[in-house]
Write a protein that binds this ligand. Structure first.
Ligand code: FAD
Length: 394
């Protein structure tokens, strides 16, 4: 009894829809279920409403995973150019913002509409507001109990995403299904997320909320990202911090280069020659945002007129500003994180098809898998590529 399909996809997000389109185009009878009231909610809110749908510079090196080789095969077979061709076919205008990041000119709604139009053209059915209650393995495939009755499918694709932004429909269902079918799970944590500060640093810098550096370099160990930095009411954010947050773990030493594009020590020495009577804090205010320069001067630079500093002192000060030891205490967590690190261990999956090595016919794609990209369109490219890889074989 109940509905019978070839392929049931759980999750009408980026990965699930791409998988469904690809399978539908092969003539498979596909149903996509989502418990949210509409498809692609994260796509809609992505990229500030303009969806940074891919990145021209995608390589496997921009992904975090316990197995850094896992993503290679799928990324090579569905490239940014493939997705761009789809966007162009639908006449969606886009532009490159920076660093290869492609955004819609108008709205991310166009990307969701494009995916749903492709689903319709491939005879894929998409059912929203339909919760998945339980999944059983049967002799022929899978029986899935949903809010709207039982569905039988030969193949089951889990595309239910990660834990970030619970208010947008995120749930742990994908992880529960992985566990139910014997898959190993790697610890999950929030990624691409603002950092909170130690209570002392929070006290020192919280009233700087809103102050931004157009370019800073955030470093943890050998990993570094050069981009904007923003002070928030709870700590620090901006692209450099979001990027490094995926590599930072509690206890790790975080360093910020406050002016990575020039030698601050040499600049200070030159400033002393040019304006010996100026106070250090005012001079620094020409290099850094004024409120930050003021605060750093109060806290540890003890501002005096420039002529009172020796070369060595200015160079030492420069070195400190290139290696500012701000102490993070944690992250803002899944409430504001763009992605979830960790998840279904890739050891249990085929890298060319995303099929489970334990349960034939079961697939995991997208963010639920332990593959997480940098900020800048990499996460959607993984969703498209892993969705396509599974869609070709389900
Ligand atoms: P999702 O797109 O999250 O889709 C999962 C789907 O499964 C959802 O529709 C959900 O409702 C459904 N689901 C969950 N649980 C159940 C359940 N129990 N039953 C039924 N359905 C269920 N990445 C980029 O590359 N570029 C960007 O510009 C970008 N901006 C972002 C902005 C924000 C604010 C956030 C939060 C993320 C952003 N990301 C961006 C990351 C990107 O959105 C995700 O990596 C991507 O959506 C993952 O695709 P997915 O299909 O695996 O999961």
């Amino acid at each position: 009894d109940g509905v019978k399909v070839d392929v049931l996809v759980i999750g009408a997000g980026a990965a699930g829809l791409m998988c469904a389109i690809t399978a539908g185009q092969r003539g498979r009878h596909v149903l996509v279920l989502d418990h949210a009231n509409k498809a692609g909610k994260k796509i809609l809110m992505s990229g500030g409403g303009r969806c940074n749908f891919t990145n021209l510079g995608v390589t496997p090196a921009q992904y975090l995973s316990a197995n850094p080789h896992f993503a290679k095969s799928a990324l090579a077979r569905y490239t940014p150019a493939d997705f761009i061709a789809l966007v162009e076919k639908h006449r969606i205008a886009y532009h490159e913002k920076e660093l290869g990041q492609l955004f819609c000119d108008e709205s991310s709604k166009l990307i969701v509409r494009m995916l749903l139009d492709e689903c319709a053209a491939a005879d894929v059915r998409v059912e929203t507001s339909c919760a998945v209650r339980q999944v059983r393995k049967t002799s022929e495939g899978f029986a899935v109990m949903t809010a709207k009755g039982e569905v039988h499918a030969d193949s089951l694709v889990v595309a239910s995403g990660g834990l970030s932004i619970p208010s947008m429909g995120a749930s742990g269902l994908g992880y529960e299904l992985a566990r139910q079918f014997g898959h190993n799970l790697l610890a999950t944590r929030a990624g691409l997320v603002p950092l909170t500060l130690s209570s002392k640093h929070q006290e020192h810098y919280q009233d700087l909320a809103g102050v931004a550096l157009p370019i800073a370099e955030a470093r943890v160990g050998k990993r570094s990202f050069r981009a904007g930095l923003l002070f928030t009411h709870r700590g620090i954010s901006g692209p450099s911090i979001l990027q490094i947050s995926s590599y930072w773990q509690p206890g790790d030493d975080l360093r910020i280069d406050l002016s990575p594009e020039q030698d601050i020590g040499e600049w200070l020495v030159a400033q002393r020659a040019a304006r010996p009577a100026a106070e250090l804090r005012n001079v620094l205010g020409d290099l850094l945002p004024k409120r930050l320069a003021q605060r750093l001067s109060e806290l540890w630079l003890h501002s005096r007129p420039m002529r009172q500093y020796r070369d060595a002192e200015l160079r030492d000060m420069g070195a400190q500003l290139h290696d500012w030891p701000i102490v993070a205490s944690g992250t803002e967590g899944y409430r504001t994180a763009e992605v979830t690190l960790g998840g279904v261990d890739t050891d249990g999956l085929s890298s060319s098809t995303m099929q489970s090595k334990l349960v034939p016919g079961l697939y995991f794609i997208g963010e639920v898998v332990d593959v997480t990209g940098w900020l800048g369109g990499y996460n959607f490219q993984w969703a498209w590529a892993s969705g396509y890889a599974a869609g070709e074989v389900v």
